[in-house]
Design a protein around this ligand. Structure first.
Ligand SMILES: [Fe+2]
Length: 358
């Protein structure tokens, strides 16, 4: 299967991966044939693209880093935690037990996936952005943690902290959280208070470790001291805070937001790399780049020799030079053939110049 951006979907295309509607119900099953009405629905739900099965991509398997069910359960738990706190239900923290179990399952999935084939073209629904985002940041942070050789206990604490990093958003009015336009100075100040509010709420009521509390407090701090709330710099920022900062920015950039469309993973990685050292910790960024590839399997890419291909497989540590199935040359469809940009000597002069919408 391959990833096709929503604006390139056409009736007759075959669904390569289940598409989930609101509240987790099935919208389209594997093998379903797209019709105009489905495409419209996919658009309305805010999917930036879906997986399609076609003649070029039938044998391309895309492994999800975590299963649909685990993701849906995690999103549900985070949603219940947030809404429980917002509704001032005292038992909101009971959700923590569930989150601990879910983080454990996420850890098992991440640890067993040693490759770089992390599926980042995640299918997110705009409405529940904060909850999906929290789960994605949890998964990404744990991936970075594995590249930093953390042990399971530390990874678990990192996963829980990352899943809860935006808990302070329950105290920010919805009109500000979901405002489509630019925030006013006052609104932005209110928005920025979420990390401190989350920290205060948890530290006043519950016995969380300092590591988790500091992670939540620090996730908008920046390496050069330009972040908030305390303008901490370099190693003053907690290690978890530095990891969650990168995971947070990457997931936000690759999601559709009310004020801008999603960036592709490669664009988001370029954006983050531009902030190396100023915004982000170099050491953490290196670990991030080791596990996160800009071109996930199933992505259609344009090559420097004017051909087009679909990414088949990434090589760890060489994420810009994956294996590719070439399907077009000079704009013309050809009999597909596979190349390996890392290992084929005759491809040394070929580079990926970007993603292509087809
Ligand atoms: Fe945040």
């Amino acid at each position: 299967m391959r990833y096709v951006p929503t604006n390139c979907l056409k009736p007759g295309m075959i669904c390569g991966k289940r598409i989930i509607g609101k509240n987790g119900q099935l919208l389209l099953n594997l093998g379903a044939v797209l019709q105009d009405s489905y495409i419209q629905k996919i658009n309305e739900l805010g999917y930036s693209g879906v997986y399609i099965e076609d003649q070029f991509s039938r044998d391309i398997m895309i492994d999800d880093i975590i299963s649909d069910t685990l993701r849906a359960n995690s999103v549900k738990a985070i949603k219940e935690l947030h809404t429980g706190i917002a509704g001032k239900k005292i038992d909101a923290m009971e959700k923590l037990d569930t989150i601990n179990v879910l983080v454990d399952e996420i850890l098992s999935a991440v640890i067993s996936n040693k490759g770089l084939n992390v599926n980042l073209m995640d299918l997110k629904i705009f409405d529940d952005y904060t909850y999906y985002h929290s789960v994605n940041v949890g998964v990404l942070a744990v991936l970075v943690g594995t590249a930093m050789n953390m042990n399971r206990q530390v990874l678990h604490a990192l996963g829980v902290s990352a899943m809860m990093h935006d808990i302070g958003k329950v105290f920010i009015p919805k009109e500000i959280l979901n405002k489509p336009g630019r925030l006013s100075v006052d609104e932005f100040e209110m928005m920025k208070s979420h990390s401190e509010r989350g920290f205060n709420y948890l530290s006043e009521r519950y016995a969380f470790s300092d590591t988790t509390l500091d992670a939540i407090l620090d996730h908008h701090e920046r390496n050069d001291g330009s972040g908030y709330p305390n303008g901490k710099a370099g190693n003053e920022i907690s290690r978890f805070g530095r990891i969650i900062a990168i995971a947070d920015v990457f997931d936000a950039l690759t999601s559709d937001r009310p004020y801008r469309p999603a960036m592709s993973p490669s664009e988001a990685i370029e954006f983050i790399m531009a902030g190396a050292d100023t915004s982000f910790d170099m050491h953490v960024l290196q670990a991030f780049l080791e596990r996160i590839s800009p071109y996930s399997p199933g992505t259609t890419v344009k090559l420097s020799n004017n051909s087009t291909g679909i990414v088949l497989k990434n090589h760890r540590g060489s994420s810009l030079r994956p294996m590719i199935r070439v399907i077009r040359e000079n704009g013309q469809e050809i009999t597909p053939y596979d190349i390996d940009l890392t290992h084929d000597r005759n491809t040394l002069g070929i580079t990926i110049i970007g993603t292509e919408d087809i």
